[in-house]
Design a protein around this ligand. Sequence first.
Ligand SMILES: *Cc1c(COP(=O)(O)O)cnc(C)c1O
Length: 356
Amino acid sequence: MLDIKFEATKNPKPIPDENDPLVFGTIFTNHMFVMDYEMGKGWHNPRVTEYAPIVLEPSAMVFHYGQEMFEGLKAYKSEEGKILLFRPDKNIERANNTNKRICIPQIPEEDFLQAIKAIVSADRDWIPTKQGTSLYIRPFVIATDPYLGVRPSNTYKFIIILSPVGPYYKEGLDPVKIWIEDEYVRAVKGGIGEAKTGGNYVASLASQVKAHDEGYSQVLWLDGVDRKYIEEVGAMNIFFKINGTVVTPMLNGSILPGVTRDSCIALCKQWGIPVEERKVSIDEIYEAAKDGSLEEVWGTGTAAVISPVGQLRWKDHIMPIQDGGIGELSQKLYDTVTGIQLGKIEDELNWIVEVK
Ligand SMILES: *Cc1c(COP(=O)(O)O)cnc(C)c1O
């Protein structure tokens, strides 16, 4: 058990109004959780303190070589006013896998969960309740040694900040147009693709800008070796429904193992829908789109939960999916996952953790 110190802010900010659009990642609550690490001493000084700028040396290692990790999950308020987390154990497990890959010390799982609960509880009044809203939780770790040599840092800060977020789509699910990238790659097996770390995102920016300029909202990555097998979308995993079977790229070392991905696979299996985790080539998808067997395409991730894909573009080929509309299974997965998250649908798979 962590002995978490609580220092309430002396400058509380007003909680956003019910009708505030809560644009993703722009508003932050009154407090943050902070814990320090020092070699020899371990993680220490856990505290909930004012959300405020942090002071670091310009030489802090995180600024130069990118030793940092992050996570993303959400807290929801149920109709009865309960505060619910969705599978936080999966995020914590993944966080420590990321830490291991980039030489950040492990954070004991129970301490991590206690920290999430403490900060969410401290700013519980900031959890919005309007349809589709939630409190986004962003835990992250940064390397803080003031040193320009290349090695793992000996000191770190583990911080959790909170941001109330509005519905990802203003009016129900809204299919996205996706650009299949054939010039740049995101990650390769043996690299850091399966770690949730900023380096993967900086590698993706140039493609994202290109896709945006062409009128596409996100990029779909192909594998870094053959440029042939589908990996994932910007910040989402990808699913296809082909001839009644759900197909998603297998976790191969370069794909981020999404919690929403895992949840969708579990639900489909529970419903008796065949699911295949395997290699999926772009040629297979192109052919399936052409012969009409490609029934649905959707992305999965914490932010949007389910993001139906209305169009894929690969080189000069434009593939409309579901005539740009929303597939039945995509909608059912969205309704079920969000229903469980909000405590409206029975949590048969034991995914919900309550914050008291
Ligand atoms: C976080 C993330 C996802 C989605 O993971 P969830 O746990 O479902 O939110 C997918 N791809 C990348 C690159 C990510 O960073």
